[in-house]
Design a protein around this ligand. Structure first.
Ligand code: 2HA
Ligand code: ZN
Length: 272
């Protein structure tokens, strides 16, 4: 058995959480990440027949029964993951009946998975139903994205359109746009269900006045989506109180999307 601390997926969780913390997006215990592992890659490092503890889920995760995830822990700080991955991260396998998570490694001090695990697992299920290669769900509190929530209408078309206008590459990076949920109580099955519903249509979902969810086939994809929204939100927050003299017009956004061959939300543009 190889040393789990040398596993590329542990390394990726350490690096990504540290990076997001340094960007100022994940204060205190803010944010959470789940990455789905292949059984054969997990089996190189762990005895899959010997769960440490059984953690009830409180919802039906049957579509991902038997799947293995590395997940940040509840109450854990992104700041601390790199120095102590075994306390701050856990590896769980969803039980055959889809009702529990079998802890295979981590949460060393008796902890458990993130309070947002319902939203994560339900989002994994939703993304896998439209993209069987999806592996990552990421939640974060990026500063400018959050700031923009207070001063911009929280309408999917209007918000996506504004973000697309803020940097030339936005429509190419997230042509599917950004889904928006109204303010809701976090850490519940209800917000998980609402997030998953949006995830069938969008890889990015804003939780109003809370933060953002991103999904992807890789950590880079999920991170890159959130990073690009945050950059656009930053440009918006730096300019929205100033007279706008220039903008990227809708015909130009269409030209970009067509040139790069992306399947964009045509109904989010105002073309005659
Ligand atoms: O885990 O970000 O939404 C801390 C959070 C809850
Ligand atoms: Zn949060």
């Amino acid at each position: 058995m190889k040393d789990i601390l040398t596993a590329p997926f542990v390394e990726e969780m350490r690096k990504t959480t540290a990076n997001m913390y340094r960007l100022g997006w994940d204060e205190r215990n803010g944010g959470n990440i789940s990455l789905m592992l292949e059984e054969r890659e997990a089996a190189e490092y762990l005895d899959l027949n010997d769960p440490v503890r059984i953690l009830p889920l409180g919802f039906d995760a049957m579509p991902v029964a038997g799947r293995i995830f590395i997940v940040t822990g509840t109450g854990r700080y992104f700041k601390n993951v790199d120095a102590d991955p075994e306390t701050n991260l856990g590896i769980v396998r969803i039980s055959q009946d889809g009702r529990a998570a079998e802890l295979l490694w981590g949460y060393r001090d008796g902890g458990t998975f993130t309070s947002e695990f319902p939203a994560h697992l339900m989002s994994h299920m939703a993304r896998l139903s439209v993209d069987p290669l999806n592996r990552v769900i990421m939640h974060s509190h990026p500063t400018c994205t959050l700031a923009m929530n207070y001063v911009h209408e929280l309408d999917e078309k209007k918000l996506t359109h504004t973000l697309w206008e803020m940097c030339t590459e936005c429509i190419v990076v997230f042509p599917d746009g950004v889904g928006v949920l109204p303010w809701m109580l976090c850490g519940t099955n209800s917000i998980g269900e609402a997030t998953a519903e949006k995830m069938k249509e969008f890889r990015l979902v804003i939780w109003a006045m809370h933060g953002i969810y991103g999904a992807g086939r890789t950590m880079d994809e999920a991170f890159g989506l959130i990073e690009t929204v945050e950059k656009a939100a930053q440009v918006y927050m730096l300019t929205s109180h100033l007279p706008r003299i220039n903008t990227i017009r809708d015909e130009q956004l269409k030209e970009l999307a067509e040139h790069f061959g992306v399947n964009y939300r045509r109904d989010f543009l105002n073309l005659s």
